[in-house]
Design a protein around this ligand. Structure first.
Ligand code: CUA
Length: 176
């Protein structure tokens, strides 16, 4: 007695009505999801306005250092905490494996958040809140943000960037 028997026929020939129904349904769902990408791009409230510029690592690092020198209020475990004026440009530097500085922003005020990397690709992920942005070297990625809830937010890296990836944690503080 053989345990493996050949099928009696090619199962999809002829294609049954049930099988046809599921194939068509899968195509319709796929098309609906595909078109929703464009719909959300136009009307989705989750999209924050972004701009991208080319920048050298030196330029970006200097801009961030200038901000730190002017607006540093204290240190937190060796990382400077800066409190830049409402409405200003703020710079967050990603490097293996740290986010710097810690930004202290005011609730209800709008800032231009600049992100860039000094080495590899990193991923900016704000928790809680689930805001995700890609951070690449040589690009200044500018997100216009208005924090709407005071609290302490954690920035984690969500692009694998080497041995210290899981320890690449930063902070954004929003005050009332
Ligand atoms: Cu930076 Cu993962």
């Amino acid at each position: 007695m053989s345990s493996i028997a050949s099928p009696e026929r090619i199962w999809w020939n002829p294609l049954s009505r049930v099988e046809k129904f599921w194939v068509v349904l899968a195509i319709i769902v796929g098309l609906a999801m595909f078109s929703s990408m464009f719909i959300w791009m136009a009307i989705g409230k989750q999209n924050i306005p972004t701009e991208t510029y080319q920048v050298t690592k030196d330029q970006f690092s200097h801009a961030s250092q200038r901000m730190v020198q002017q607006y540093r209020v204290r240190d937190d475990a060796g990382v400077p905490v800066v409190s830049p004026p409402a409405g200003s440009d703020v710079y967050l530097v990603a490097r293996a494996w740290q986010w710097s500085p810690i930004l202290q922003l005011k609730e209800g005020e709008t800032y231009r958040l600049h992100l860039s990397s000094m080495d590899f690709q990193h991923g900016f992920s704000l928790q809680p809140g689930n805001l995700n942005l890609m951070v690449l070297p040589d690009y200044d990625y500018v997100a216009t943000i208005t924090p709407d809830k005071a609290g302490e937010y954690t920035v984690i890296c969500n692009e694998y960037c080497g041995l210290g990836h899981q320890a690449m944690v930063g902070k954004i503080i929003v005050t009332e």
